[in-house]
Ligand binder design. Structure first.
Ligand code: AMP
Length: 285
């Protein structure tokens, strides 16, 4: 694996690879790698449309609010590097903040509409930070395809919309959510959880699964589903609910009555200092 810290060096190397006919697959991450990231790296390695796999690790300050956990976000570059090697990645890109945002940086990318619900509403500016950094990373790496996890369902929708709207020449591929045995979605932020909070956090997936089961049984009233989801999570004393929503997929619009197609049930809640998100996509027959 080759590791690059400088944009110019990475570009030079990738230009050479591209000239040799290599098709580039890309996995952007914020590091502190876990089973979810490993699954994305495996997917890019196994992708028949990919000849060269690139992973980036960059904790992007632009996507954190002033009261959020940018400074304390877990980091372990040494371990991450080992994991990228073990996953068989060809290239690791680990830029410093000053490399990505030099003095005078003044441009941003903003997607409207789909960013106005869920995490976009709770975390003002978050998706602007995400869209801006992903645009920069796409311009630096110029991948043929890039992988994103459905764990961050709204992020996936935002990136898809941005790529379509700005005609970015990259194919966006989705990967399903990787979970612990008890259903908790794997996340770098799970390290913040105490033992009791860790146990309590399983309420998210359990509640989402109940909602999915109700839909499969024929419940079509979105408000009733949302109320059920809210009540189930609020019944857990260690959970502080941020939102519980049932929205159309993939346009993330509010619905009264579920119609044929897919719906997204999505939740966010605090357990101690950890803000966790999770979701399920449910096929409505
Ligand atoms: P992050 O490092 O949290 O920014 O995540 C980097 C990428 O990994 C994003 O595309 C996430 O959606 C994806 N990801 C994070 N956690 C999971 C998970 N549990 N299952 C699948 N993908 C994930």
């Amino acid at each position: 694996m080759r590791t690059f810290e400088k944009i110019a060096d990475l570009r030079r190397y990738l230009a050479e690879m591209r000239a040799g006919g290599k098709r580039i697959g890309f996995v952007p991450t914020m590091g502190f790698l876990h089973k979810g990231h490993m699954a994305l790296m495996r997917a890019v390695k196994e992708d028949p449309e990919v000849d060269l796999s690139v992973v980036s690790i960059f904790v992007n300050p632009l996507q954190f609010g002033p009261q959020e956990d940018y400074r304390s976000y877990p980091r372990d570059l040494g371990r991450d590097e080992e994991l990228c090697i073990s996953a068989g990645m060809d290239v690791l890109f680990i830029p410093a903040v000053e490399e990505m945002y030099p003095e005078g940086f003044a441009t941003s990318v903003e997607v409207t509409g789909v960013t106005e619900v869920l995490c976009g509403r709770s975390r003002p500016g978050h998706f602007k930070g995400v869209a801006t950094v992903v645009t920069k990373l796409f311009n630096i790496v110029q991948p043929d395809c890039a992988y994103f996890g459905i764990k961050d369902a709204q992020q996936f929708v935002v990136i898809k919309r941005m790529v379509r709207d700005l005609n970015l020449p990259v194919k966006i591929k989705a990967h399903p959510t990787v979970r612990e045995e008890d259903g908790l979605a794997v996340s770098s932020r799970n390290v913040y959880l105490t033992k009791d909070e860790r146990r309590a956090a399983t309420v998210l997936y359990r509640s989402l699964e109940c909602t999915a089961a109700e839909i499969r049984k024929g419940e079509r009233d979105a408000l009733r589903l949302k109320r059920m989801l809210t009540e189930k999570i609020s019944a857990e004393p260690l959970a502080r609910l941020d939102y519980a929503e049932v929205l159309s997929w993939p346009d993330l619009r509010p619905v009264d009555v579920l119609r044929r197609g897919e719906v997204l049930a999505a939740v966010a809640a605090y357990f101690g200092r950890a803000r966790l998100i999770d979701n399920v996509l449910v096929e409505v027959e």
